[in-house]
Design a protein around this ligand. Structure first.
Ligand code: FEO
Length: 397
């Protein structure tokens, strides 16, 4: 079945229904993913991005329905990561004359990941390739999300192919965002932004502004993962703008890890306290709650309270991993505080406060520590702590 994205532009990617993790195990993908490749059929033939190597045969099968793969003149590699470049060597076996088009930094990443004697053609912002009736224009997008990243724009179709930007890890039989449940698409787009693009938010804003200043029309955005944004691409551009600006709701996440239930008791009292102020909240016990899901939830929450028991003078391991992840993602505009229980050395709270600060989260309350198991008065204190924190969140928005 041919899947048309625009006139003589076709989706030729692959659906990875079983993918459950991405980037090693840093990012859970409960809804699978897709690797999107696009074939542009003109006097010259261009393939924009490819798929992970294990799906090369599937992609080539889709291409064969449209053209003989031997006729491919250009392979555009918007980004060197192997979920998009992995199948390039298989295409090159059939079309050894094809030029490999990439950014200056792409020569290095592609040369390392898929070594070969490729005929590189380096392009940058403002460069164009005419395929006959259609023109491919290129926009460099360094650190969105790798140094090599770039966007391809098909002028005559007002079609932007931005690779990872605007993507979602979502396996579905449908190829367009307007064909699937909107909540699901935006939930996955948010998870993708929070877990991959969050550290690059200032660059996201700058790039959106730059593209708007270019005055180019964009009727469709076809990313390299998930579904394609057509009809109303402004909606996902608007969401990216809000996320990059750090716009948040009056919401507090209470994230904890517990040994014998004491830290959990405190966490539950905090949730009650926050909710008593009419502020939305949620309780996330690690490791039952998935780390990348919690990070997605944090994207639009103003506040975060993190808790851990002290064990061997350290915080517990799943909390340590969660905070380590946050330090890399550098969420903007959040406030936080820490809490926890201990037996004889109250260490975890201070460590968590340091990690929150390193992640760029403003620690606005001195942490709550309880010895062994909290008694009723201390549970009441935790409730009041949650209440006070919720008031801070309300005052901050
Ligand atoms: Fe989808 Fe950065 O690879």
């Amino acid at each position: 079945m041919q899947i048309r994205v625009a006139e003589e532009v076709y989706w030729v990617g692959a659906i990875d229904w079983n993918a459950r993790n991405f980037h090693g195990y840093t990012y859970a993908t409960p809804r699978g993913t897709t690797y999107n490749a696009y074939l542009v059929r003109d006097e010259k033939i261009a393939l924009v991005d490819t798929v992970a190597s294990q799906f090369a045969g599937e992609m080539l099968g889709r291409i064969r329905e449209l053209v003989d793969p031997e006729r491919i003149d250009y392979i555009i590699a918007n980004h060197g990561e192997i979920d998009h470049s992995g199948a390039i060597p298989e295409v090159m076996k059939l079309a050894p004359q094809a030029r490999l088009v990439c950014s200056r930094r792409g020569v290095e990443s592609l040369g390392r990941y898929i070594p070969g004697d490729w005929d590189f053609m380096v392009v940058g912002t403002g460069d164009e390739i005419s395929l006959g009736r259609k023109t491919l224009a290129f926009i460099e997008a360094p650190m969105l999300h790798w140094p090599d990243s770039m966007f391809t724009y098909i002028k005559e179709e007002a079609l932007l192919l931005p690779n990872d930007a605007f993507g979602q890890h979502l396996a579905t039989s449908q190829r367009f965002a307007d064909e699937v449940n909107e909540w699901v698409v935006f939930d996955e787009a948010a998870r993708y932004y929070a877990n991959i693009l969050w550290p690059f938010s200032p660059l996201v804003l700058k790039k959106i502004e730059e593209v708007q200043k270019m005055g180019i029309e964009i009727s469709t955005i076809a990313p390299s993962h998930g579904v394609i944004w057509r009809n109303n691409p402004g909606k996902i551009i608007g969401a990216y703008t809000r996320w990059a600006k750090g716009e948040a709701r009056q919401k507090v996440l209470v994230v904890y890890e517990t040994m014998w239930g004491s830290t959990e008791k405190i966490a539950r009292a905090l949730v009650e306290g926050v909710a008593s102020e009419g502020v939305e909240t949620g309780l996330y016990g690690l490791p039952m709650a998935d780390r990348s899901e919690v990070i997605k939830e944090l994207l639009e929450a103003k506040g975060i309270l993190v808790g851990s028991s002290t064990h061997n003078q350290r915080m517990l391991l799943n909390m340590a991993a969660f905070l380590e992840d946050l330090k890399g993602l550098k969420p903007t505009g959040k406030i936080g505080a820490a809490f926890g229980s201990y037996g004889w050395a109250a260490k975890a709270v201070q460590q968590m406060e340091e990690d929150l600060q390193e992640a760029g989260i403003d620690v606005v309350e001195a942490g709550l520590s309880f010895k062994f198991a909290p008694h009723n008065e201390e549970i009441k204190r935790a409730f009041e702590f949650g209440k006070a924190f919720a008031r801070r969140v309300k005052a901050a928005i």
